[in-house]
Design a protein around this ligand. Structure first.
Ligand code: HEM
Length: 469
């Protein structure tokens, strides 16, 4: 009798459990796969933190171009066929989902209407308009050369040995920060730099959108570094760029009642990180591929290009192709959208199917999938410096800077920064690898996936010296 009762309870329990899962799965994901997970509450979090790139590629191979992951209760539907991308980005009910993310990463909430003003007015006028971009580039070049001269004076013509990543950091950090934020005293710049490095090292954890208490408890020094950086950026400096001036005026003037000084500092922190966090590793990979491919022959080709066209950056087509090809290989971002419509929204997919997006679920495109698609980019794992040289326009499946409304507004500036460094390298500096061992080459830091560009897991030894003029 007792055995029968226990068995009955057991069977009812199992049925209820199975029915509940099925019901939930059916209700939410008709026709699409919610990937099974073993750990309740966390869902796929650990797989995702360990190696999100592998997680996506594995599930793409297993389930095809649409599947849903559960990360701590948040559903991410990956929509990985490039033919469905425009359906996603052009759907008026889907909006850029960065606001919550930005809140956790930088501690500053950004409302959709403010984001629109930035994208429609401030970014185009101050980072993309030719004369504003030109002025910003000139500031970068001046600052960059000032720091080079200091370095050169310390021991002219001597070889200096360092890490390639460290060198790129030195090339970019001060020059970019001063070009954007104005004349920062050396000491304050140093302080900003220390805090940037600490926060940036753990940036990937902040980008996973976990609750604030988690960061305060487990990532205390990175959290504090962010707060110190925000404090340092509240202050205005002379000669700040048109971009920073316009953004500050917008926050402090029109929205002065909404934004406290700390909020403005946090907004500045977003621009500060955005201008450096991807640029430094991208420059590292560009120089790494130039130094390790074809025994430095591409640097020779670049030298010829620069000698032929002077220093006209718009004419540096080989440099553009090198930058594009590097970003194809290392560009790494999640393009995410969500809907706030109560009944969600439905996407009509290219193959005739429909995908319903529930409110608060995230839809996510991962451009790395198309960057490594051999039907678009033959021999996708190979660095081919001239791959983009013969294309009139960039292919639709190439998007290291994002797509649509939220596309990176700094994409023109970063090209000019890199070209400044390339011009200097071919004209003024000799740079070479030291004891390079291909077996111990840098790989991508697996845990940093999705934050913009892949970060190298180790540095590469180089030496450099200034050429005799
Ligand atoms: C290789 C270097 C860079 C890469 C790969 C890169 C990539 C990106 C990506 C993928 C986004 C988000 C797009 C989206 O989610 O749809 C973004 C946003 C942004 N980037 Fe860049 N970026 C780079 C350099 C820069 C630089 C130098 C600046 C300097 C001003 C900059 C300023 C910004 C800003 C302000 C945003 C936020 C736009 C918003 O308000 O939504 N970026 N970037």
């Amino acid at each position: 009798m007792i055995v029968t009762a226990i068995l009955t309870f057991f069977i009812i329990g199992v049925c209820a459990f199975v029915l509940n899962i099925n019901w939930k799965t059916k209700r939410l994901y008709t026709n699409y796969t919610l990937i099974p997970y073993r750990i309740p509450v966390l869902g796929h979090l650990l797989d995702f933190l360990k190696d999100a790139n592998q997680f996506i590629f594995d599930n793409f191979a297993k389930y095809g171009s649409i599947f849903t992951a559960n990360i701590c209760g948040q559903h991410f539907t990956f929509l990985l066929d490039v033919h469905d991308l425009l359906t996603m980005t052009k759907n008026p009910s889907l909006v850029f989902s960065g606001s919550e993310m930005v809140t956790t990463i930088f501690g500053s909430h950004i409302q959709e209407d403010i984001a629109q003003v930035l994208h429609k007015t401030i970014y185009p006028q101050t980072l993309q308009r030719a004369d504003a971009l030109n002025a910003l580039t000139v500031r970068f070049v001046e600052s960059f050369h000032q720091s080079l001269e200091k370095d050169q004076m310390s021991s002219p013509e001597e070889w200096r040995q360092c890490g390639l990543f460290d060198l790129c950091h030195r090339f970019i950090f001060g020059a970019s920060t001063r070009a954007l934020f104005g004349d920062i005293e050396d000491e304050e710049l140093k302080e900003l730099e220390t805090n940037f490095v600490t926060f940036n090292d753990k940036f990937y954890v902040f980008s996973r959108g976990l609750p604030v208490w988690f960061y305060k408890l487990f990532y205390r020094s990175a959290y504090q570094a962010r707060e110190k950086g925000i404090k340092l950026l509240i202050k205005q400096r002379p000669n700040q760029s048109e971009f920073i001036t316009a953004a500050r005026e917008f926050y402090e003037g029109k929205h002065g009642d909404v934004f406290s000084p700390t909020d403005v500092g946090a907004r500045m922190m977003i621009f500060f990180w955005a201008s450096l966090g991807n640029t430094i590793p991208a420059t590292f990979w560009i120089l790494y591929y130039l130094l390790t491919t074809d025994k430095g022959r591409i640097l020779e080709i670049l030298r010829e290009e620069i000698l032929t066209h002077g220093e006209n950056m718009n004419e540096m087509k080989v440099a553009d192709s090198v930058i594009n090809e590097t970003l194809r290989l290392i560009g790494n971002v999640f393009l995410m959208r969500c809907t706030y419509k109560e009944d969600g929204t439905t996407l009509d997919l290219h193959d005739g199917r429909q995908l319903h997006i529930h409110p608060k679920d995230l839809v996510c495109y991962y451009p790395t999938i198309s960057h490594y698609d051999k039907s678009v980019f033959p021999e996708p794992y190979k660095f081919q410096y001239d791959r983009f040289l013969h294309l009139n326009k960039l292919p639709g499946s190439y998007m290291p800077f994002g797509i649509g409304k939220s596309m990176c507004p700094g994409r023109f500036f970063v090209r000019n920064e890199v070209k400044t460094i390339l011009i200097t390298l071919v004209k003024e500096i000799e740079l070479e690898l030291v004891d390079f061992n291909y077996q111990q080459r840098p790989r991508f830091r697996k845990e940093c996936v999705g934050t913009g560009v892949m970060v190298p897991d180790r540095d590469v030894k180089v030496r450099y010296r200034f050429k005799k003029q």
